[in-house]
Design a protein. Structure first.
Length: 99
């Protein structure tokens, strides 16, 4: 499920749920429903997630598919670690993001 993947990626990037919901322009309760797979995010919202993480939308979707097929929290962590390493120079400092 993509919601679980979005939550894991958010956590890896160090964003608190309240900060992430603000970045996405949605309520914290709606974010919770998405991350708990009670609601499916629109393609537009998924693009906002991808933009917030500085990755391509297709990569975000691939992470979700691979995690479901492989069942691998380990897989997603390894892949995200590689992605973060490649992109760390361009990421905003999450400590300086308004909460």
């Amino acid at each position: 499920m993509i919601g679980q993947t979005l939550k894991k990626v958010r956590t890896i990037y160090g964003y608190k749920a309240v900060v992430m919901s603000s970045i996405l322009g949605i309520s914290a309760s709606y974010l919770s429903e998405i991350e708990n797979d009670k609601k499916q995010p629109s393609l537009e919202l998924l693009q906002k997630y991808a933009d917030a993480f500085g990755i391509k939308l297709s990569s975000l979707i691939l992470l979700s598919e691979e995690e479901n097929e492989v069942g691998g929290e380990v897989f997603i962590k390894k892949l995200m670690t590689k992605l973060i390493g490649h992109m760390s120079k361009g990421l905003p400092d999450v400590d300086n993001v308004a909460q």
